[in-house]
Ligand binder design. Structure first.
Ligand code: 9YT
Length: 132
């Protein structure tokens, strides 16, 4: 059994910070669960273009308001209780209108240090690799 508290992961290599968001990775590939599990904080008044072409991601909002825009221009409001699932590796733009707290699950699991490339993509890393 794995039991850990997010506070023990803050300011470690398991907390990845960018200009628009920070992501604390509570479960990673090394935990052998078949997925990774993160808490992502989106900073207010940010816009992030994302394309997880190598991963499936589900995102559950537990705080804040924002929107997700599909590649075809369709927009969906996001507020506490909203889940979205990128089941088609959908390219999207995420806008945070306030601080947002999101629970994110990735399949395949992230290794740990992944951060977006210029297209908003995470590479498929193996243990020990980095892309920053
Ligand atoms: C919602 C979203 O995809 N934000 C980018 C960070 C990502 N969720 C992560 O690595 O936790």
């Amino acid at each position: 059994m794995i039991v850990r508290n997010i506070e023990s992961l803050r300011n470690t290599e398991k907390e990845v910070k960018t200009n628009n968001w920070s992501s604390t990775r509570l479960l990673l590939q090394e935990d052998d669960m078949g997925f990774s599990f993160h808490e992502t904080i989106l900073y207010p008044d940010t816009e992030t273009k994302i394309w997880y072409k190598n991963h499936l991601e589900a995102v559950y909002c537990i705080e804040g308001i924002g929107e997700i825009e599909e590649e075809n221009g369709i927009k969906h409001n996001i507020s506490t209780g909203t889940i979205y699932a990128l089941d088609k590796h959908d390219k999207h733009t995420l806008r945070a209108f306030s601080k947002m707290r999101m629970i994110c699950v990735f399949n395949p699991a992230l290794v740990g240090p992944e951060t977006h490339d210029s297209e908003g993509v995470y590479p498929l890393l193996t243990t020990g690799e980095r892309n920053d």
